[in-house]
Design a protein around this ligand. Sequence first.
Ligand SMILES: [Zn+2]
Ligand SMILES: [Zn+2]
Length: 824
Amino acid sequence: MIISTGTASGKSLAYLTPAVASCLDGGTVLYLTPTKALAADQLRGLRELRITQLRAACFDGDTPFEERTWVRQHANYVLTNPDMLHRSILPRHAQWSSFFRRLRMVVVDECHGYRGVFGSHVAQILRRLRRVCARYGSRPTFLLASATASEPGAFGMRLTGLEMDEVTVDASPKGSTTIALWEPPLTELRGEGGAPVRRTATAEAADLLADLVLADVRTLAFVRSRRGAETVALTARAKLADVAFSLSTRHPRPSTPRQPNTAGTTPPKTAPTLNHQPSAADPASTTQPAPPEPALGHQPPSEPAHTAQPTQLETDPALNHQPDTAESAGPAMPEPPRTTNGPFTTEPAASTSGHASTATEPTSESSLTWALPDAPTQPDWTDLPNKIAAYRAGYLAEDRRLLEKALRSGTIMGLATTNALELGVDVSGLDAVLIAGWPGTRASLWQQAGRAGRDGQDALAVLIARDDPLDTYLVHHPQALFGQPVEAIVLDPDNPYVLGPHLCAAAAEIPLTDDDLPIFGTTTSTVLDDLVSQGLLRRRPAGWFWTRRERATDLADIRGGGGAPIQVVESSTGRLLGSVDEPSAHTTVHTGAVYLHQGETFLVELLDLEAGVALVSSAIPDFTTFARDITDISILATQRSHPLGPGTLHFGEVEVTRQVVSYLKRRLQSGEMLGDEPLDLPPRTLRTRAVWWTLPASAVAPLAEAGIDLGGAAHAAEHASIGLLPLFATCDRWDIGGVSTELHADTGLLTVFVYDGHEGGAGFAERGYARAADWLTATREAITSCECERGCPSCIQSPKCGNGNEPLDKRGAVRLLNTLLSSQ
Ligand SMILES: [Zn+2]
Ligand SMILES: [Zn+2]
């Protein structure tokens, strides 16, 4: 059974009821979630039920070894993730025999996270699980919970290999959520080829986050990348520090010298920079009567430090985004209401925030229990920035719990996060959600927006568009968001690069027999022959055996792209900061890249691929970097074709050679382009699947005669179509790539390819093939929606283009797509 409904629609209750009943009846339950944080949250909920016969326990990387034996032997409700199932539980199934023998139900929660290559791995892990269960005589029911998606039953069947019933009707009561679609303004800055530059989504998100926190609105900002989330938190904290500084300079302590450069020298309205400079010297504020001094920054006064100065906040220019608000051309959003409470209050503001209850909210004491490492321990003007923090999945369990607790209690009012929180940590009582950049899927959008306004409260969700064709399309076509779901959750369990390692792991668990082959799909016997010829498996009369000494599970890197990881090391101290898989290293830790680690920024001094090391040093650059690659593609086999307008659409296997050749530097806040630095990295070859379209010479000749640069038109259409495919397949722009050419050697025609960026394919290109007419129509709409004249990053420019976005022809791309779609 798959339940596919919105956030807070009662999915948990729908699986908990039968799951807990199974436990009370003597059975066991296996609960799977993509993240440890969600498992911990679920465990908390189960323990609150106070049912003594329910022995629930987490089994993940954070579980101490001495507890693991207890879990295996005594727990009847085990919460874990696919990684642990793959690496620990299935290979040691004999130790879990009594658990498997009684297994009644497998709950697969937040299963929309299992897409692409990762989803394909999970699909094979679930097949291995079914096989192990069969060995112990159990046949558990699979209960899947997913955010809304197109065709959930078909997805559930692909994920588990089992027939699925679907539940898609959501009848739960809801408060209303105001959804704002927010397009940042074009700035005066000029980018590549003179294109206008839009203000960045992260800069807008940081502004909004700081504003909302100052207005006592509990806000969560979702930012796609970890780096972006950390930047938003740092920027918003800096803004709050500016506010605190401007307040404290107005009420100086003897030890705090005033800034020498004050009144009059920096007129706020004409500040030359786009950064939000604090207007430390505001003439108006000097006329304010001095408020009572609550012993700022000294020992905690007997009076709590939340005696704020409302009048001062009302008029503080640092709270306004000068000069940006003045020139903002985006859709107007009302200023968040200023409350009469200062931002420093640690008491619930029941009269203004609408949901707080004095009886249940924590008191000001709780603000002392949470402090970031560099934070002062006393409530203080300077403590204001600590109301904002960044969160990501990589933090230690203890830190994560503290941060989740601080947000729930209101000690932290603003949190910038990647989608680690999207996957179900129960943070209730939020008022607003900011979503910086399209989160990739409508499912994620509703999931993230649904974080605000629990318990029937009204809420605000703001989608802030990035400089990207899909974001542009969506803010101009709200009907694509509010209509029927279009994107399906796609995965490709038959990918031989995924299937092979799991067949080895399965054979190591229990030797494979002919009877097992149907479980793993139609390509199984071919892949098995390959594994035998590579010496990985041995064929014997009784079946296929894993006879090597290594662990078979090490062959499958279920979350990574394969290859030996590159260690990221701080050069001055030798400290190991983390690791990056080899294919990603070319784009994330190349020499010169900006690398963020837990809120600290580093510059990569050197990437040494042979030594497997990236040396980094601590730095605070005011720019970000984007790796750019060039690509060659050749067709290995065409699997499907059909006519499209005067042209033809194809799907098949390709070989792609990609090389990162340079990196683009863009200023952090403004997005202004600072330069394109060359890199010397080896090419990487990838066998994968692609969708491509061709147009015959007879169809393109009239366009050439009309003066259109065919190469530039095809290139522009390729960039925009890569940007729009994620509307139809649950993938990321960075999961796919493209190649376009006026004349391709394998087709002899004008050809545009879009390929899966993962070895063996991930199902994205296949979905593009299935929905080509809609996909390419939306691509054309995205290009025509953008108000720029000759192309910009919001329509046809790509930040990862290895050809420096040359040549591009915006009008030509529209004409070319008109031709291709002419008979549709
Ligand atoms: Zn544009
Ligand atoms: Zn390009």
